[in-house]
Design a protein around this ligand. Sequence first.
Ligand SMILES: NC(=O)c1ccc[n+]([C@@H]2O[C@H](COP(=O)([O-])OP(=O)(O)OC[C@H]3O[C@@H](n4cnc5c(N)ncnc54)[C@H](OP(=O)(O)O)[C@@H]3O)[C@@H](O)[C@H]2O)c1
Length: 279
Amino acid sequence: MDQGVTLFDTADIYGNEGFLEHRFGDNEKLLGKALKGRRGEAVIATKFGTTHNQGIKGDPAYIKKSVDASLYSLGIDYIDLYYQHRLDPDTPIEETVGTLAELVKQGKIRYIGLSEAPVDIIRRAHTVHPITAVQTEYSLWTRDVEDDILPALWELGIGFVPYSPLGRGFLTGNIKELEDLSESYPHQMFTRFQGEHFEKNVKAASLIEEFANKKGCTTAQLALAWLLAQGDQIVPIPGTKRLERVQENLGALEVKLTKEDLAEMEKIAPKGIASGGRF
Ligand SMILES: NC(=O)c1ccc[n+]([C@@H]2O[C@H](COP(=O)([O-])OP(=O)(O)OC[C@H]3O[C@@H](n4cnc5c(N)ncnc54)[C@H](OP(=O)(O)O)[C@@H]3O)[C@@H](O)[C@H]2O)c1
């Protein structure tokens, strides 16, 4: 916050004990502690709907319980942006968004977001109540959203929040060998960090690193600057546990990419360059 960051992204399911052992609300509680006395300076985004043992939940009763739990964990009296984390296949989106619209009326949340929602769902949701933001993975090596999601969002006037904008750490130049994988990130869950995919992806990332060296910025800054250059309504949310990396990543705002730079990057990192699916 001292560096001017205002948007903080969490979820009821995020925990600080490691993704696989998390407990509900752990990360929200941590964020709530940090917000003490500075709530007004922050835009707080949190999410509901992914559970440990009940699948995905988006029914009215579940949402009403979840929002109160998140408000309690965060220690705040309203959430700025409340996302449905994943779609509940058993609850029509109209019912979910209708319930969220009630929460807006009650003042418990200010804006509604969807995460990993396909275009038809976004359109249906938006007719019930304006959707403010969609959050889905997007980075130099995960560009699926360019096909249909981004054009639909620009048409509807909805913002886009790219998650894992650093390719879960790959687009930083810091991962060259398996030993470099951070113990605090569940890399083992993702095929791109395994076996021959890993080898290929290290090579692909090294080309991006070379271009960053040429531009005089770090690889992470280049990856974020590239995202920022894709549209004014794009707000990437890089994750890190280290203050010096927060500072480094914020330096992306100073990296200006020309049309020629973007064309060069298109050659170095064309769509589909990553080896292995994104999950
Ligand atoms: N909606 C969803 O379903 C969803 C899914 C995933 C993530 N998200 C959101 O998106 C946020 C970011 O995504 P993410 O954490 O998955 O991936 P990310 O931001 O692409 O990458 C995070 C990884 O990069 C490392 N890192 C960060 N800055 C670095 C730098 N300058 N140099 C070297 N390494 C650096 C971090 O390690 P250190 O921590 O050790 O610095 C961490 O391992 C999450 O915090 C979460 O809020 C949402």
